[in-house]
Write a protein that binds this ligand. Structure first.
Ligand code: 3HC
Length: 402
């Protein structure tokens, strides 16, 4: 099916970013939210993204106007009778999303694709409430949507192959890299990113290193931004929500660091409200130091810090996901580079494991387990590979062939 017109529901940062991406590809899009104020804010966000490009000389003001003419704001569904795809980017609540799609089914044409940009809610659960689950799919963009190349395409149990193909082609037409991911909590990228981010928060609350030291160690590794800066960009509240979903699915190894809840309670939600791990405005809020002191009383004392403490659990979760068939080794690496900026020269977590040696990954995980606990328990596949001589580049075979 060719997509001539799209709609995005939810005009927050992600929704507005997605609407910008759609218009940039030349397609008309409706940006809908519940009230005019939210819609206006969303439209202003889209304009700001284009204005930045104009300011940098990457497009002319009249080109910007042409792109802006493609996006129309809405507070109701009156323009939805001819949309080919709806991308939902609203509050993370299954029943709210179900109600929305039930309403959309009554309004949209027979063939409309219903895509959810949920970070980690099950697509099959959302689809269970609608008449045409074959048309429902996950289409997960990454923040900032105009920049990050990845779109995770997540079929639910009832999604048809035709819908998957349509969304893959549509994502390509948006100049994105679509990666098909098997449905699981956190899908692929959040599932691998959260253990990495959470470990940064744990190291900080233990006093193993300062926020700056942790962020610097990871930017020196080659990540585009430090993990605590990234937490602030994604939002502490969103991160807590994703962490809880992961904990529910994967158990103790995915327990969220207490400092995250302390920050949320102190209304330090990240860049969006002026303070998170870092402070972005003058508004007085409980300081990070006070919050660390509070949670530190209940947690272990410092046991050292290195970038490996964050990278190894990411590799480990990549291997567990590979074992489960969530995605291929190739796709896991592409997704982490395109979705999080994992350094290109390291080729993604699994190529990186092959570079340093799968046996080295195993011994690093064993030692982290010894020092910090069972959340570092090595994936069975890693042990099997080492026993079988699949050590990575040095033995000519690992996650890839050399
Ligand atoms: N919106 C639009 N464009 C933006 C932007 C934004 N919010 N932030 C940056 N950009 C653009 C800039 O305009 C610039 O464009 P140009 O190349 O045309 O000039 C380009 O991106 C690079 O920006 P900068 O030079 O200012 O800064 P950096 O090179 O440091 O890049 C970054 C910024 C792209 C955010 C980079 O730091 C990065 O890749 N960070 C990692 C982000 C990440 O991991 N995202 C995934 C989060 S997880 C998630 O979203 C899942 C969800 O479910 C929780």
């Amino acid at each position: 099916m060719y997509i001539y017109k799209a709609a995005v529901i939810g005009a927050g940062t992600m929704g507005a970013g997605i609407a910008q991406v759609v218009t940039y590809s030349g397609l008309p899009v409706i940006l809908k939210d519940v009230n005019q104020e939210a819609v206006d804010r969303g439209l202003a966000t889209v304009r700001k993204i284009y204005q930045n490009r104009v300011d940098k000389g990457k497009m002319t003001a009249s080109e910007m106007d042409q792109k802006m003419a493609l996006v129309s704001g809405a507070t109701d569904f009156s323009g939805f009778s001819d949309v080919d795809i709806v991308i939902e980017a609203i509050y993370e609540d299954v029943s709210v999303k179900q109600k929305l799609f039930q309403e959309l089914e009554k309004i949209c044409p027979e063939g409309t694709i219903f895509a959810s940009n949920t970070s980690s809610l099950p697509i099959s659960a959302i689809a269970s409430a609608i008449q045409k689950p074959d048309k429902m799919i996950g289409m997960h963009f990454f923040n900032p949507a105009p920049v990050m190349k990845l779109v995770e395409v997540i079929p639910g149990l009832g999604t048809s192959e035709e819908t998957i193909d349509d969304v893959v082609l549509f994502s390509e037409s948006l100049r994105k890299i679509p990666i098909r991911v098997q449905e699981c909590a956190g899908f692929l990228v959040n599932r691998l990113l959260m253990p990495y981010l959470n470990e940064a928060a744990l190291a900080l609350q233990e006093g193993a290193a300062s926020a700056k030291e942790i962020d610097t160690a990871l930017t020196e590794f080659g990540m585009p931004m430090g993990p605590l800066t990234l937490f602030d960009m994604v939002g502490i509240d969103v991160s807590v929500k994703v962490s809880d979903i992961l904990h529910d699915a994967y158990g103790p190894r995915a327990t969220a660091a207490e400092i995250l809840r302390a920050l949320e309670k102190a209304n330090r939600l990240g860049v969006k409200n002026g303070a998170g791990f870092y402070t972005y405005n003058e508004e007085p809020k409980e300081s990070l130091e006070t919050l660390i002191e509070k949670v530190n009383a209940a947690s272990a004392s410092s046991k050292g810090f290195s970038a490996n403490r964050l990278i190894m659990p990411m590799i480990n979760e990549a291997v567990i996901s590979l074992q489960e068939g969530v995605a291929s080794a190739e796709d896991i690496d592409i997704a982490m580079m395109a979705g999080t900026g994992f350094p290109q020269d390291k080729g993604g977590p699994l190529h990186y494991a092959d570079q340093i040696g799968v046996d080295v990954v195993l011994s690093e995980l064993e030692s982290l387990k010894e020092n910090h606990g069972d959340r570092f328990w090595p994936a069975p596949m890693i042990k099997r590979m080492v026993q079988g001589g699949y050590l990575g580049k040095k033995s000519g075979k690992g996650f890839f062939q050399y």
